[in-house]
Design a protein around this ligand. Sequence first.
Ligand SMILES: CC(C)(COP(=O)(O)OP(=O)(O)OC[C@H]1O[C@@H](n2cnc3c(N)ncnc32)[C@H](O)[C@@H]1OP(=O)(O)O)[C@@H](O)C(=O)NCCC(=O)NCCS
Length: 88
Amino acid sequence: MFGEADPGYGFVNGETPELGIAFKPEFRQQGVGRRLLGAIMDQARLDGFASLSLSVDPANEAAVRLYSSLGFERCGGYTSSWTMKVEL
Ligand SMILES: CC(C)(COP(=O)(O)OP(=O)(O)OC[C@H]1O[C@@H](n2cnc3c(N)ncnc32)[C@H](O)[C@@H]1OP(=O)(O)O)[C@@H](O)C(=O)NCCC(=O)NCCS
């Protein structure tokens, strides 16, 4: 969670945790990212957070598809990075 004075790329507001996720190549495309993100969303909901956000390069189509399928929607960013947010 970054403050307004020092925001991350996916900053939405001071109450929304911002996610960053990356696996080493040998661990990609085995379903771990989907499971991890689902678990993070469940835990954030239990912890009382209303939303999560992230920043993604729209050229990273696989990642955008993954986030969209989990309910993330574009809420900002119009150049080389999109900000996406999911309501929990
Ligand atoms: C993006 C990333 C975190 C996804 O994690 P992952 O464990 O590879 O994803 P999963 O195996 O759970 O796959 C999730 C979905 O994305 C698809 N997918 C993932 N990587 C893909 C690729 N390179 N090409 C095509 N589809 C891909 C899978 O087919 C899967 O779809 P499905 O569930 O409908 O079958 C991971 O690939 C990664 O670290 N990539 C490099 C760093 C990066 O781009 N980080 C995101 C920055 S915003």
